[in-house]
Design a protein around this ligand. Structure first.
Ligand code: PLP
Length: 230
C-alpha cells in the first residue's frame, strides 16, 4: 500500500518554511485534496492529523463521505470542502453532505445551496471562486462581479460567506503567478473591510503554495504532493 506519511510531513514543512519566510504570525491551513483517491488513503491522512478534505466530483465524494461516516476509524470531526465545478442540478447532495463550498461562481448556485441546506445542519460555509486570469476555460466569477456577488450571497441566511478561492493561470514565470495571487489578496482585503466573517483566502496548490503563502493565502489546497499523481 502507498504510504503517504512522508508526503504529509514534507508538505507541512514546506508550509511552515514559507510562512516563516513571509514573516507571518498566522497559521496557514492545509486542505488535503482527495479527489479520485480511495478512502484508505484518506484514512491514512486522517490518522496523521489532517481533518480538512477537498473533493471535486459530486457522486464520488458523496459515496466516500457516507462510507467514512460509518467507519469508526474516523473518530473525531472531519470537514468536507467541495472545490469542483458545480452544476445547478447537482447542488442538493453538496448542500446535504459538505461543510464548505469553495467553488460558488454565480448567484443561482448560492440560492440553491441556501434553499437545500438541511435545517438540522450548521450553516454552510462559502467561498466565491474568482477567475483571476480571465481565461474563458476557467470557472469563477469575474473580478468586476465579485463584490456584487458577495453582497447577494451575504443576504442568504443558510450560507456564511468566508472568503474567496482561485486557481491562477498556469505559468512557469513566478512573477505572473504572484501578480495574480496579489490581486486576489487585494480582493480578500476589500471583502474583509465590508463583511465580518471573511477569514479565508484559499489559494496555492502543490506546485505554487510557497508563492501563495508569500502573497497572503490562509489555506492551501494540496492533492498531488500528498496523495500522488492522479
Ligand atoms: C485538484 C485541485 C487541487 C489540488 O491540486 P494539486 O496540484 O494536485 O495539488 C486544488 N484545488 C482545486 C480547485 C483542485 O481542483
Amino acid at each position: 500500500m502507498t504510504n503517504i506519511s512522508n508526503n504529509i510531513v514534507a508538505i507541512q514543512q514546506r508550509i511552515a518554511k514559507a510562512n516563516k519566510q513571509a514573516q507571518r504570525q498566522d497559521e496557514v491551513q492545509l486542505l488535503a485534496v482527495s479527489k479520485t483517491k480511495p478512502v484508505s488513503l484518506i484514512k491514512q491522512a486522517f490518522a496523521q492529523g489532517l481533518s480538512h478534505f477537498g473533493e471535486n466530483y459530486v457522486q464520488e465524494s458523496v459515496d466516500k463521505i457516507q462510507q467514512i461516516k460509518l467507519d469508526s476509524d474516523f473518530d473525531r470531526p472531519i470537514y468536507w470542502y467541495f472545490i469542483g465545478p458545480l452544476q445547478s442540478n447537482k447542488t442538493r447532495p453538496v448542500a446535504e453532505n459538505f461543510d464548505w463550498v469553495q467553488s460558488v461562481d454565480r448567484l443561482k448556485i448560492a440560492q440553491r445551496l441556501n434553499q437545500q441546506r438541511p435545517e438540522n445542519l450548521p450553516i454552510l460555509n462559502i467561498c466565491l471562486q474568482v477567475n483571476i486570469s480571465g481565461e474563458k476555460s476557467k470557472s469563477g466569477t469575474t473580478l468586476s462581479q465579485v463584490m456584487e456577488l458577495a453582497s447577494q450571497v451575504q443576504d442568504l441566511p443558510r450560507l456564511k460567506l468566508r472568503g474567496i478561492m482561485a486557481i491562477p493561470q498556469k505559468s512557469d514565470d513566478l512573477a505572473i503567478v504572484e501578480q495574480q495571487f496579489s490581486e486576489l489578496h487585494n480582493i480578500y482585503q476589500e471583502l474583509q473591510q465590508q463583511y465580518s466573517d471573511i477569514d479565508t483566502l484559499s489559494m496555492g496548490m502543490s506546485a505554487d503554495l510557497e508563492s501563495a503563502i508569500k502573497c497572503g493565502s490562509t489555506m492551501v489546497r494540496v492533492g498531488t504532493d500528498i496523495f500522488g499523481a492522479r
